[in-house]
Ligand binder design. Structure first.
Ligand code: KIV
Length: 271
């Protein structure tokens, strides 16, 4: 019988090796124990405890309201389920941008209280001091460029980023700065595929795309979107593997019907 000790864990080094040998990295969000168990056992390389929990778990319109305590709660639930995947946790809005000492305190809380393996934060040069300070404490950092949802009120819309030359140039420079600082990987969200490819080819750390085309080192999706739990969200980049909203709703409707008709429980479903 295999034990958890036999499982070869995915580490930040594993991801670098995967990039070197051209093996694509799979990454998916998870926020709770039950789903994280399934994601881990499916063989996902990276589980992201994304601040998209603010949307899909808590029902907020943006990722801004979720707190550090709430992210730690989700991350600790995921960590209790995971035996193999690398677990990366988003630093929520307002916990790392203004003050690098606060950024380090936030990252340490995530690592200590959830026992996650790495943190992710959004932005390039403007958060470099925070990135450096967190890295100096030995905490692995994943960057996030392109569409950065925590800045939605600056952008105004969720449309494709870096279509213009200046923004594209800045994005490439930021990717290099984050690599030089020591980030182990980057997420690039919703940018033209050609630009994402250029970034992936110009740095040696893995670039994981969402809405960034095929020529990057891996892909990430939000679980509720790819399972079709969240029916309202259907951007072009999303591939739906299920229509769980309707399937689950159907099960609930059948249960209600069975209760009302006294079909449930039957003789074999009672003591
Ligand atoms: O919070 C999140 O789910 C993310 C992904 C969209 C990359 O940051």
């Amino acid at each position: 019988m295999s034990t958890y000790k036999d499982v070869k864990r995915v580490t930040t080094h594993t991801l670098l090796e995967m990039k070197e040998r051209g093996e694509k990295i799979s990454m998916l969000t998870a926020y709770d124990f039950s789903m994280a168990t399934i994601v881990d056992q499916a063989g996902m390389d990276v589980i992201l405890v994304g601040d998209s929990a603010s949307n899909v778990m808590a029902g907020h319109e943006t990722t801004l309201p979720i707190t550090l305590d709430q992210m730690i709660y989700h991350a600790a639930s995921v960590i209790r389920a995971v035996k193999r995947s690398l677990v990366v946790v988003d630093l929520p809005f307002g916990t790392y941008q203004g003050d690098s000492k606060e950024a380090l305190r936030s990252a340490i809380r995530i690592m200590k209280e959830s026992e996650a393996h790495a943190v992710k934060l959004e932005g390039g040069r403007e958060v470099l001091e925070s990135v450096n300070r967190i890295l100096s404490a030995g905490i692995p950092v994943m960057g996030h460029l392109g569409l950065t949802p925590q800045s939605i009120y600056k952008f105004g819309t969720y449309t494709v980023r870096a279509k213009g030359e200046d923004e594209a140039k800045r994005l490439i420079e930021d990717a290099k700065l984050l690599e030089e600082a020591g980030c182990f990987a980057l997420v690039i969200e919703k940018v033209p595929a050609k630009l994402a490819q250029q970034v992936a080819e110009s740095i040696s750390i893995p670039v994981i795309g969402i809405g960034a085309g095929a020529d990057v080192d891996g892909q990430v999706l939000v679980m509720h979107d790819m399972l079709g739990i969240n029916k309202e969200f259907s951007p072009r980049f999303l591939r739906r593997y299920h229509n769980l909203f309707d399937e689950i709703k159907g099960s609930f409707e059948n249960y209600i019907k069975d209760v009302k008709s006294k079909d449930f429980p039957n003789d074999s479903e009672q003591y």
